[in-house]
Design a protein around this ligand. Structure first.
Ligand SMILES: Cc1ncc(COP(=O)(O)O)c(C=O)c1O
Length: 276
């Protein structure tokens, strides 16, 4: 289904929607984005996602995105879409057209909103640990930047080995995150997720899981993932997805009791409040 796309304030047919070939999102990956879940036609946690869009743009010293216009764009796109059980709203904001090098142009940013149906994720995930570290001291650490080449490469690596998600350690050898997900581990009944200092993205689902289900932020060695009693991924379109296998190591339970309880609480709380 070809649904209209919103570009810089205008809703247009997807086949006519276009941005400049000089856009720095395309030329140098200079931009930020959000993926927002929509449930039965309504966005989930839109306020948190727009806050993170703003803070990602701030981290890159980009001009503030016009979140009111983007919100109107989200509503306009959703008004044209069926009320899918699960949908995905992609918001992209780049620094706009610029020169061929890394210097930024000054013509203003590009904002795009696209909505699409989202197939639900499998009941469990097999994950593959990739040989490349996240740089927790890099300029893009924790920023939801459109420079996702490393993630695309890591996911390709994982899928070639039968994994559904790739997992990164960081330069310190600690567990970090997935290409599009945060990771939680359970050891002896304790629920732990890496700190933001590990270089992971401040996931909206990660934050809601910590608020609603408990757990602590602690850095653990990458090996803790293989040794976990239970582990799970969190992300906007997955919510909480139990991890079944890490490389060739099958975890004792997927979901184990801590994960199953977190899934139940997350489902209840997120159904009760669409913009927590
Ligand atoms: C690198 C990375 N980490 C974690 C996440 C999970 O964040 P959220 O729960 O906000 O979707 C994402 C989301 O796609 C991501 O791209």
């Amino acid at each position: 289904m070809n649904l209209p796309v919103w570009v810089n304030g205008r809703l247009m047919p997807s086949e006519q929607a276009a941005v400049s070939v000089f856009d720095h999102g395309l030329l140098v990956g200079d931009g930020v984005f959000e993926t927002v879940k929509c449930v039965g036609g309504a966005p989930f946690a839109l306020t948190r996602h727009l806050d993170r869009l703003r803070s990602s743009a701030r981290s890159l010293n980009m001009p503030e995105p016009d979140v009111e216009a983007i919100t109107a764009g989200v509503r306009a796109c959703l008004a044209e879409a069926p009320a899918w059980p699960l949908g995905r709203i992609r918001i992209t904001y780049t620094s706009g057209p610029g020169p061929l090098g890394s210097d930024r142009g000054d013509g203003g940013g590009t904002a795009v909103v696209i909505v699409a149906e989202q197939p639900s994720f499998p009941a469990t995930a097999d994950v593959t640990v990739v040989p490349w570290p996240r740089n927790e001291r890099g300029a893009l650490a924790g920023v939801k930047s459109v420079s996702y080449g490393e993630n695309a490469m890591a996911l390709f690596y994982a899928k070639a080995r039968g994994g559904g998600e790739a997992i990164f350690g960081n330069l310190a050898g600690s567990l970090c995150e997935g290409t599009g997900s945060n990771v939680f581990v359970v050891h002896g009944g304790r629920l732990v997720t890496p700190t933001l200092a590990s270089g992971c993205l401040a996931g909206v689902t990660r934050a809601l899981t910590l608020e609603w289900c408990g757990g602590s932020e602690e850095d653990v060695p990458l090996s803790a993932l293989y040794e976990a009693d239970e582990a799970f991924l969190t992300s906007t379109t997955r919510d909480i997805q139990p991890i079944r296998m890490v490389d060739q190591t099958v975890l004792p339970a997927a979901p184990g009791p801590v994960t199953a309880k977190a899934m139940r609480i997350f489902a209840e709380r997120s159904a009760a409040d669409l913009d927590p």
